[in-house]
Write a protein that binds this ligand. Structure first.
Ligand SMILES: [Zn+2]
Ligand SMILES: [Zn+2]
Length: 269
């Protein structure tokens, strides 16, 4: 049926594939704006509300250098683990669409801003934390976050401190992320008379966001937990940080398993 062939690249999958509309999920776009976020505010690249009695995370990958034992001497650097940097902090009050584990109301993310030349697949080695704000406040919070020596950072992996203005939006999968059966049914509609397929624009929301669908820039790569469940998309970080040649960093977790196992992916060109 000629009428089925998409004529205009402006048409999106929602009109071409009715079932696509059924894949809508709510996402919360975080909309970071460079600023000076407080430690008790949701932020990208801002200070994290960190328990004073919990060690700050370090990255011990090979090839990292850090200050020597004489902390007053910032010219002496020696091989060693380096402090990770704050990436994201989300308070439940700012992101109602994000379901927190019982008793938790604060999600934090830190990663290593240094280049991992030995194994680029490691990229940023992120760490994820679920906390209770009141508990951190009651126990006291860390006043100083350790810094690494300047020049050691890969600035691409460092977000500018930014405040967040979360808004919710309807999100859809990238066309590369369509369920297999849906894709097989509908792919013929996008075939061109010359062979190959026309990739239609999709309605995936690109940006740093919570929930919804991953904003993959490469073919989808959903992780499974150790029990074999396909994990849920937790959040995407993209666009607001350079990340070298990479499109984004994507976080996933499994709510079916105790301990909320999580994993991450990134895609590089
Ligand atoms: Zn590292
Ligand atoms: Zn699981």
């Amino acid at each position: 049926m000629p009428g089925d062939v998409p004529e205009s690249p402006a048409k999106d999958l929602r009109t071409l594939i009715p079932e696509y509309a059924g894949l809508a999920r709510e996402t919360t776009l975080l909309n970071p704006e460079p600023g000076d976020p407080g430690v008790r505010e949701s932020s990208l690249g801002g200070r994290l509300l960190w328990p004073a009695d919990e060690p700050w995370p370090y990255c011990a990958q090979e090839g990292h250098w850090t200050y020597g034992s004489d902390l007053g001497n910032t010219t002496e650097i020696v091989p060693g683990a380096v402090p990770m940097v704050p990436i994201l902090q989300l308070f439940a009050r700012d992101v109602p669409g994000l379901e927190f584990p019982e008793g938790k109301d604060l999600l934090q993310l830190a990663w290593c801003a240094l280049i991992h030349e030995q194994d680029p697949r490691l990229l940023v080695m992120p760490q994820l934390y679920w906390r209770n704000e009141a508990e951190v406040m009651a126990g006291g919070s860390l006043s100083e976050i350790p810094g690494v020596s300047e020049g050691e950072y890969d600035e691409d992996n460092m977000p500018q401190p930014s405040t967040l203005s979360p808004i919710t939006a309807e999100d859809f999968p990238r066309w590369l992320d369509l369920p297999k059966d849906m894709w097989e049914t509908w792919e013929p509609r996008f075939r061109l008379p010359t062979g190959g397929s026309a990739w239609p624009p999709d309605s995936n929301v690109i940006g740093t966001k919570v929930g919804g669908w991953p904003a993959w820039t490469q073919p989808a790569d959903w992780p499974n937990c150790e029990s074999g469940h396909r994990m849920e998309h937790l959040l995407t970080i993209t666009g607001d940080i350079q990340l070298g040649d990479c499109g984004g960093v994507y976080f996933f977790h499994c709510r079916e398993c105790p301990g909320l196992p999580w994993d991450w992916r990134f895609d590089c060109h």
